[in-house]
Design a protein. Structure first.
Length: 476
């Protein structure tokens, strides 16, 4: 049977850990020995059902032990797993050449079965937890990708990124080194595993070294975090900015009572994080906060900034490039720029994608080698990378250039907002805010704060759109 090098490396790292707890989900847990036995059984069953090397197999499920087993089994037999976070109509699955679809039975309501039937999928039983859908069409196998992840999809349909075996091994190794992840760690995976940050940056990296992984549904994580830390003495947490801001807000309301003394670090990735929220989180968690930078197309992890204390001087940086990765700042002609000069961020990494499943590669990406991002930034004298934003994320007040993130910094430091997005709209900038239902804030207060801080009539420049939520946030 075909043996995948990524899976073989992970498995060999567990040789002396077979009796140690590998995965935990609710009341269920598996040792590493049990995990690999179940993986082998799953691999055999997938092959017996006709899943072949290069077949794209989509999996729709919340984080779970079974999702982890499916992923490992599919990669090991050479199939190409794709953990789906989006609604099917958003993904336009008729364009993706998916051979099989495994759907958690808890997610079968809401028309999933009908949607897949309309796309020529035939329904088959799998077990008590999942249903298998087989595409009646046959497709050319994928030969240049081990698994698929989704880009952020902030504009239009998300791009589906192909990551390779060798690129992923290198990314995991540089990530575990940068974060000093070890086999004694206990982590909670609440981030969706269809995103590279949750899948590669956390799940596979911790699995690679033999750490214990607690799998939880991100929708409930922020409600459960206290009991998880108290029960399992968790050592590492991986979060996105809205999760940190929501924790800060709930903590200010006395929501949490937990022992955080076991934590070694908390990482923040997926989007930029303002200094004011980081300082609050450090006071609560009582451990270093680690800012990370990367993108799905880069494999994903690129830079790491370990913030050891609230007095650290480079909190606003995303840090230095991980081992084996080079980050440079280039001008429009592709020439490298000097220290502190603003330009486009360029990444050289062996983990760069081999391509997209649903789009053509642009000239900005050289597979397995380099990617020229759309981010603007500079590298400081200390070698740390600072990101200002995308090229279109700046504007002028008179002759003064401002970046969207400067507006975000003002608002996040003054108001308890969970998420902000800014978008140029005709001659104004639309600011969309998300806050908790019980937080009293109105557009006039935001406009007034911006007017005072920027010394301008902000009402003529900005339009505020406000959203309230009672949900726990787990995505960026």
């Amino acid at each position: 049977m075909y043996t995948n090098e990524l899976i073989a490396k992970i498995r060999s790292n567990h040789t002396g850990l077979l009796g140690k707890t590998a995965l935990i989900e609710g009341r269920e847990s598996l040792t590493f020995g049990e995990l690999w036995d179940l993986k082998d059984q799953c691999s055999e069953k997938l092959l017996s059902r006709g899943v072949c090397k290069g077949d794209v197999v989509a999996i729709r499920s919340a984080n779970s032990i079974r999702l982890g087993i499916f992923f490992l089994a599919l990669v090991d037999i050479g199939a190409v797993p794709f953990v789906v976070n989006y609604k099917l109509d958003v993904l336009k699955i008729d364009t993706l050449n998916i051979s099989f679809f495994l759907v958690n039975n808890k997610l079968m309501s809401g028309g999933t079965s009908q949607e897949l039937a309309e796309e020529d999928f035939r329904k088959e039983d799998w077990d008590d937890y999942f249903t298998l859908f087989r595409n009646k069409k046959q497709f050319k196998p994928i030969t240049d990708g081990a698994f698929l992840v989704t880009s952020s999809g902030s504009k239009g349909s998300p791009k589906i990124v192909k990551l390779t075996v060798q690129g992923t091994i290198r990314n995991i190794q540089s990530n575990t080194e940068a974060l000093s992840i070890r086999d004694t760690d206990i982590t909670v995976v609440a981030l969706p595993m269809g995103y590279s940050y949750g899948l590669v940056g956390q799940f596979l990296s911790h699995l690679y070294v033999g750490a214990t992984i607690i799998l939880t549904d991100g929708k409930f994580f922020l409600a459960e975090i206290g009991s998880l830390l108290n029960k399992y003495r968790v050592t590492t947490l991986f979060m996105v900015p809205p999760m940190i801001r929501q924790i800060n807000y709930l903590q200010s309301k006395g929501f949490y009572k937990m022992n955080t003394s076991s934590l070694r670090f908390v990482t923040i990735g997926g989007n930029r994080m303002e200094q004011s929220s980081i300082l609050k989180a450090m006071g609560f968690f009582g451990c270093p906060i680690v800012k990370t930078y990367g993108l799905a197309e880069a494999g994903p992890r690129v830079c790491t900034n370990v913030i050891p204390s609230q007095e650290y001087r480079e909190i606003n940086s995303v840090g230095k490039a991980n081992n084996g990765i080079k980050v440079s700042i280039i001008d429009k002609s592709g020439n490298s720029l000097a220290v502190n000069q603003l330009g486009t961020i360029h990444i050289n990494s062996p983990s760069v994608t081999s391509g997209y499943l649903n789009a053509r590669l642009t000239r900005l990406i050289k597979p397995f080698n380099a990617i020229t991002t759309k981010d603007i930034g500079y590298i400081s004298e200390t070698g740390n990378l600072y990101i200002m934003g995308r090229k279109k994320e700046s504007f002028y007040i008179g002759k003064r250039q401002l970046w969207f993130q400067e507006i975000e910094n003002i608002l996040y430091s003054h108001f308890n907002l969970l998420k902000l997005s800014l978008e140029k709209e005709n001659r104004k900038i639309k600011i969309k805010t998300v806050s908790m239902y019980d937080y009293a804030v109105n557009p006039d207060a935001i406009i007034e704060k911006l007017s005072d801080t920027l010394n301008t009539d902000a009402g003529k420049m900005f339009r505020i759109e406000m959203i309230k939520t009672n949900e726990f946030l787990s995505e960026k």
